[in-house]
Structure formats: structure tokens, C-alpha cells
Write a protein that binds this ligand. Structure first.
Ligand SMILES: [Zn+2]
Ligand SMILES: [Zn+2]
Length: 390
């Protein structure tokens, strides 16, 4: 089959303390300190062979994520920008949907023809964090499209336990093609859902929600806040097309954060009371969190989703005086995240179709990732299987 393969050279930076585990497994914990000179190319890759509990999916849609962009972009020394867990060469792509075309001998919950999406985090279920109910913090994590082959490919094998059926989406939209496209948005939507509702405990209907950054995660956050009954949703985003998308999925007010004082705007909108929930989806917390801090409602919450290797000035006294809290969130697995997001979409309460702004065939995946670097799109999709023939 064909897939978008990323290869790079294992060249730990001279000042990087390479661990024995990294040496032994060939996995980089901090990818941006080890992988140099990335090469992305659509090329032949062995067909996946399913294990007993795996299903093989013919991939129908796979979204380009910010992390894919950070594999494509390098720093001045040629290192990838993505700072997380990685093992190359592998096929990229982790926000996907597909149709089951083959099932392993022990698969019980899925059959050939089923429409599914899947988690990206291959949590082990055996380590202490997994056993304690924290799969997003698994100690033996494999990640689809980061450490094991991903879904910018014609086919992918996934254990059935990470798959979630999306046939209800086909019923909602009256189109399997739309269901697959929207199904590929499930993973990033679950990142937002996990952060706002699972980690931070959500908010009461009527509460005011701010979202900093209207990339795909921020846009999903806006759609979810709308579905959950936010009283006002205010978004901050530098890109004009993304500001328009923020409105399209439910933001009441959208601002360019370079042209206003975000905290002043939020205090004005809330008549001095502050916002109840602040979502950081910009990956620039050194700029956004100080603004959130100045616009915290009493019992307000700050939810950190964006990734940034950055220290943040935060006056803790404010958290005390405003009885406020700060939540760190990572991942999307467990905690009913996937089924609840799929329910919201199937019910018509979360409709992120407007955020799909471009579609590419598998052969053009590198162009799709190159386009994402402009940071003006919502979600760019790659659609690998026009035909499902192997
Ligand atoms: Zn992603
Ligand atoms: Zn685990």
C-alpha cells in the first residue's frame, strides 16, 4: 500500500541527556532534540497484517494536525519542531476514520463494513496510571502516527478496543462520505472535550467561556461550549479566516488579540464579573494566561490545552482571591470522551462541518501539510481511499 512516511536522522543534540530507555527502544521522548533532517514522502509501505484483536481499516479521511506541521517544519539546525514521543520511520496521521475491511480472529465488537473512528493513544491498560483510570497518562504509550504507523495511508490496523463506531453520523448527515469526514474530527474534538469537561469539570449553562486560539482544537472548544449552553463565547485569533470559522461554529464575539486588550474586552463583556472558563488553545500561554488571569470570574477556571515549552508569569494571589483554578489537560482517551462527542455530533448539537476547509488525495499529503503551515485553515483532510481495493 501507499502511505506518507516520515524518516529522519537520529542525531541527539550534544546537550540532550539521552536516556537508556531511548537508546534501547529507539523512541525519542523529546523528538525535537533528537530527530534531524526530516524527509516526508508518499511511498510504498507493507500492508498491515491484523493481530487477533485488530481490525484493518480502509482509511476514508485523516486530518492534518498541528503536530504534523511540526514534523514538516524544522529549526535552524534542521531538527523537527515536534517536542513529543516519536519513533521513525513511520507513517504519520492520527485523526482518522475508516471502514473495516478485515477483522482478526478474536474481534468481537466490529465486523467488515463498519464505519469507525479511533483513538490515537494506544494505552496499555496494564500500567499503574492505566489501572487507576488515567489512560491519557499511560507509561507504555504508543501513539498512532508518532511511534507506530498512522493513517495517512490506504490501510491501518487498530485493536478494536480503540475504535468507536460512527454509523450514527451517517444517519445524521444522510451521507457516509460526510460521516467519514466529520468522524475524522472526533479525535481533536475529544481533546477539547477531555480538557473542558473531563479535566476541568465543565461549566454551568449560562457561564461565560473564552477560547484563545481558533485552530481546530479551539474551534472544537467553541462548538462544545455552544452545545453545553455557554452564555457568551468569546474567541481570540490572529488569522482572519479562522476568526470567521470561530463565528461559524458558535462564537458570539471574535477578536484579533493584537488589536484589543483581551482581558479588558472580557471584563467589559461580563460587566466586570469576569469569565468562568478560559480555554488556552493557542499554544502561547506566556501571552494568553496573563490575560485570562486578569479576567477570571470568582470560581473561574483556566484550561491549558495548547502545548508550549514555556514558563508563564502567573500571580497566584489572583487564584486565591478569585477562588480560581488552573487545569492541565492532555489526551483524549477514556472518561466517556469519544462516545459523548459522537453522541453530540449524531444529535446535531455539535456540527463542525464548517471547519473542514480543504481536502487532498493521499498522493498530495505533503502539500496538505505544507498548506497547514500557513495557519489559516480550519481542518485540512486527506482522503486516502477513493477506491478500497488493496
Ligand atoms: Zn492531532
Ligand atoms: Zn498504560
Amino acid at each position: 500500500m501507499k502511505g506518507l512516511v516520515l524518516d529522519a536522522e537520529w542525531q541527539p543534540r550534544p546537550d540532550y541527556p539521552l536516556s537508556d530507555w531511548e537508546r534501547r527502544t529507539g523512541k525519542a521522548i523529546t523528538g525535537s532534540s533528537i530527530w534531524r533532517y526530516p524527509k516526508l514522502e508518499v511511498r510504498d509501505w507493507p500492508d498491515p497484517t491484523p493481530g487477533p484483536r485488530d481490525v484493518v481499516l480502509a482509511v476514508q479521511a485523516c486530518g492534518v494536525c498541528g503536530s504534523d506541521m511540526h514534523f514538516y517544519e524544522t529549526d535552524a539546525d534542521g531538527y523537527i519542531l515536534y517536542p513529543g514521543l516519536t519513533k521513525f520511520p513511520t507513517i504519520l496521521g492520527h485523526e482518522f476514520s475508516g471502514r473495516v475491511v478485515e477483522v482478526g480472529s478474536q474481534v468481537e465488537t466490529l465486523k467488515v463494513g463498519d464505519m469507525v473512528t479511533a483513538e490515537e493513544m494506544i494505552w496499555c491498560g496494564r500500567c499503574i496510571p492505566c489501572r487507576n483510570g488515567y489512560p491519557n497518562h499511560c507509561l507504555n504509550l504508543e501513539e498512532i502516527g508518532f511511534t507506530i504507523p498512522g493513517a495517512f495511508a490506504q490501510f491501518i490496523a487498530v485493536d478494536e478496543k480503540y475504535c468507536w463506531k460512527i454509523d450514527a453520523l451517517a444517519e445524521r448527515f444522510g451521507s457516509e462520505e460526510t460521516a467519514f469526514e466529520v468522524g475524522a474530527l472526533t479525535e481533536p474534538s475529544c481533546v477539547a472535550y477531555n480538557a473542558i469537561f473531563t479535566r476541568a469539570g465543565g461549566f454551568k449553562p449560562g457561564h461565560y467561556v473564552s477560547v484563545f486560539g481558533a485552530g481546530p482544537i479551539g474551534l472544537a472548544s467553541i462548538g462544545l461550549a455552544k452545545a453545553a449552553g455557554a452564555g457568551i463565547i468569546a474567541a481570540f485569533e490572529v488569522s482572519p479566516p479562522r476568526r470567521a470559522l470561530a463565528k461559524a461554529v458558535g462564537a458570539d464575539f471574535v477578536f484579533d488579540p493584537r488589536e484589543v486588550s483581551p482581558s479588558a474586552v472580557l471584563m467589559e463583556l461580563s460587566k466586570g464579573e469576569g469569565f468562568n472558563v478560559h480555554v488556552e488553545a493557542a499554544g502561547a500561554p506566556h501571552l494568553t494566561v496573563p490575560e485570562m488571569e486578569k479576567a477570571l470570574a470568582i470560581n473561574g477556571r483556566i484550561v491549558q490545552i495548547g502545548r508550549a515549552a514555556q514558563r508563564v508569569p502567573l500571580y497566584l494571589e489572583t487564584l486565591q482571591v478569585r477562588r480560581s483554578q488552573l487545569f492541565g489537560a492532555q489526551g483524549h482517551s477514556g472518561h466517556e470522551n469519544f462516545p459523548n462527542v459522537i453522541r453530540l455530533v449524531a444529535a446535531g448539537r455539535l456540527d463542525l462541518r464548517p471547519i473542514i476547509t480543504a481536502r487532498y488525495g493521499l498522493q498530495d499529503t505533503v502539500n496538505a501539510i505544507a498548506r497547514s503551515v500557513e495557519r489559516t485553515d480550519g481542518k485540512i483532510l486527506v482522503k486516502p481511499n477513493q477506491s478500497e481495493e488493496r
